[in-house]
Design a protein around this ligand. Structure first.
Ligand code: M6R
Length: 615
């Protein structure tokens, strides 16, 4: 994880890098640092804490003039988050300075060798080993920085996106990537380096995304030179024109990104099916599916791999695909899948779901599936991300940048894409009738407006949140399509409010969790009038008779549950298969308001990072 930013050009570099770090804080925020070159010296400042703490420290410690700078915001892997372990890191001579996102797995033997050669280390990090390895190569082989970086990287095992410069050659920054993202923004006589494009989008829309095992020398006034790290061959870099704009990555008047992103869902869902679903004509078109339709239709099984919220979207998709297409589906945590010698064949279609497109476990699961001959399809949000490039084909969710660490619009747009795919396959296979197909399409068309309507429960959910904000445990129950929504509701609450929460299939409660119910226990039950409604009503009765508190998410006009629940939150009527797109909304709001009322950092919850690029 971690965010890296760099600048070399004609502006003052520090403000560019500082603003960039603030935008990348979603990637990690336990410590931060900058190194600025002022024409003579490197000025370095770093601290445990957030970028705002760095800003304060910089004011006390260094002057900030200089047109070359690199900066880092960290999510600790090696070494606790403290001032010394923060990046940037100097080499022993003080000539080289580096920032790094990733993990050098063989850092211990490398460190030992360097110690044997007289090197001293201040920090516990793998990064300080890497910068000294580069220095050692540079000295011993008598080569320039770029070559030294290349030779050193050929000795390391692990993942990295790095930016390094040499005080004696301050007209260039050397960057490289393997497994962690790195993009170079190409401005007018200036260059930006970052983990994603958000730090430089107000300066340029032109960018080069480095591929794995590539490095580049970014030199003042020169064209960017990209080469393969392994064999030194030159690569013709593809300069991409980005579609991102500044408004998309700002809070737009909301208190938190999470709230903004919750409210963006009607638009995000619409953008996800816009141009793909032509409901009047009864057509779904998705290039990634259309071009590979035989693979999907002949699949003996669909295997879904993902982590966290994306895994929950995969679980919803399991119900949707099996119901509509009658193709067997299995959903796996990517982290488990890759390590258990799974049975995969060429007849499997693997769908990898990831908002960021950078999740290390999902990426590794994809590589494994590909190596066994499976066709791998990606559902990603971030355009140009590693997963979108590693998969054989895919579909973007078009949710727009998701900055809040807690995933919201990514979840509903992932479900939207997956539902479109399932509907398309069901139509082709004839596993649903034409009238059912049209019914789904026209109801799907109505979903953005219904999400909008569901958001009107905001104040009511806020009031419920104030009643239960001090609870120490929560249970979330759902059945069928809404069982994964219960899991997702519990995850949202856990990650941003630090309240312990469990999601369960409602019927499983009597096999254990019912023992937890007492008058202190709030139980959120998703009880739409579709999908085993009577059974869920019985589950609610069982909880009530043990004095549990019921917050029920019901369909508009429900009178039965209103009589027995403590609180009800209504969603508009829709088809059962599409209910997760609506039932999720109040659960997102509930976790959001509870976290705000508990004074938790909603957008940057403790110990977490937005994209988990470590295993
Ligand atoms: O970027 P990805 O969708 O691959 O991320 C997967 C999980 O890390 C992510 O969903 C995580 O669980 C979120 N914090 C949930 O809100």
């Amino acid at each position: 994880m971690c965010g890296i930013v760099g600048y070399i050009g004609h502006r003052e570099a520090y403000p560019v890098v500082l603003k960039g770090l603030k935008r990348l804080e979603y990637r990690g925020y336990d410590s931060a640092g900058v190194a600025i070159y002022d024409g003579k010296n490197i000025k370095l400042s770093k601290t445990k804490g957030k970028v705002a703490d760095l800003e304060t420290r910089v004011k006390d410690e260094i002057t900030v003039d200089g047109s070359l700078a690199i900066g880092h915001t960290r999510w600790a892997t090696h070494g606790e988050p403290n001032d010394v372990n923060s990046h940037p890191h100097y080499s022993n001579s003080g000539d080289l300075v580096i920032i790094h996102n990733g993990i050098i797995e063989n850092y211990e033997p490398l460190k030992q060798e360097l110690i044997n050669r007289g090197y001293k280390f201040q920090s516990d990090t793998d990064t300080e080993v890497l910068v000294n390895l580069i220095e050692d190569v540079k000295k011993n082989e008598n080569v320039k920085l770029g070559k030294a970086v290349q030779i050193a990287l050929n000795q390391v095992v692990g993942a990295y996106a790095i930016a390094v410069f040499d005080k004696n050659k301050p007209d260039e920054i050397v960057v490289a990537r393997l497994g962690s993202p790195l993009v170079i923004g190409i401005g007018d006589e200036e260059f930006f380096i970052a983990s994603d494009a958000t730090p430089f989008i107000e300066y340029t829309n032109n960018a080069i995304y480095l591929e794995d095992e590539e490095m580049a020398i970014v030199r003042r006034g020169k064209k960017v030179k990209v080469r393969k790290i392994k064999d030194d061959s030159l690569v013709d870099p593809y300069v991409q024109e980005l579609q991102l704009n500044l408004e998309q990555i700002e809070k737009g008047g909301y208190d938190h990104f999470m709230l903004k992103e919750i409210y963006e869902q009607p638009r995000a869902i619409l953008d996800t099916f816009r141009g793909r679903m032509l409901s009047n004509d009864g057509i779904i078109r998705m290039a990634g599916v259309d071009d590979n339709i035989e693979k999907f239709l002949n699949a003996q099984r669909i295997l879904i791999v993902a982590c966290g919220t994306s895994w929950h979207a995969g679980l919803v998709a399991e119900y949707v695909f099996e119901n509509l297409t009658r193709t067997p589906v299995e959903v796996e945590y990517a982290s488990e899948f890759r390590y258990r010698n799974p049975v995969i064949t060429e007849k499997d279609v693997v769908i990898a779901i990831s908002q960021s497109g950078e999740t290390a476990d999902t990426l590794a699961a994809i590589k494994l599936a590909k190596s066994k001959g499976a066709f791998v399809f990606g559902v990603c949000n971030v355009v140009g991300s590693s997963i979108s490039r590693e998969t054989n084909a895919g579909a973007y969710t078009h949710a727009g940048p998701e900055i809040g660490v807690a995933s919201t619009k990514a979840f509903t747009t992932q479900i939207t894409v997956l539902t479109l795919i399932a509907l398309k396959l069901a139509q082709k296979k004839g596993t649903i009738s034409t009238s059912e197909f049209h019914g789904y399409l026209s109801e799907m068309d109505a979903i953005p407006a219904k999400v909008e309507k569901t958001l009107e429960s905001d104040e009511h959910v806020k009031a419920i949140s104030s009643i239960y904000k001090d609870a120490t445990n929560f249970l979330y129950l759902g059945r069928g399509y809404n069982f994964p929504v219960a899991l997702e509701g519990a995850l949202k609450l856990k990650e941003i409010s630090y309240i312990h929460a469990e999601g369960y299939p409602a019927a499983e409660m009597k096999h254990g969790p019912i023992a937890l119910i007492d008058e202190q226990m709030p139980v959120v039950v998703i009880a739409t009038r579709k999908g085993h409604y009577e059974k869920v009503v019985s589950n609610i009765q069982e909880i009530k008779s043990r004095k549990g508190k019921i917050i029920a998410v019901v369909m508009q006009g429900d009178t039965t549950i209103r009589k027995i629940a403590d609180y009800v939150i209504e969603i508009p009527e829709t088809l059962e298969l599409l209910t997760p797109l609506l039932t999720t909304i109040p659960l997102q709001l509930l976790s959001y308001y509870i976290a705000v009322m508990r004074n938790c950092n909603v957008d940057q919850p403790r110990n977490l990072a937005k994209s988990v690029t470590v295993e």
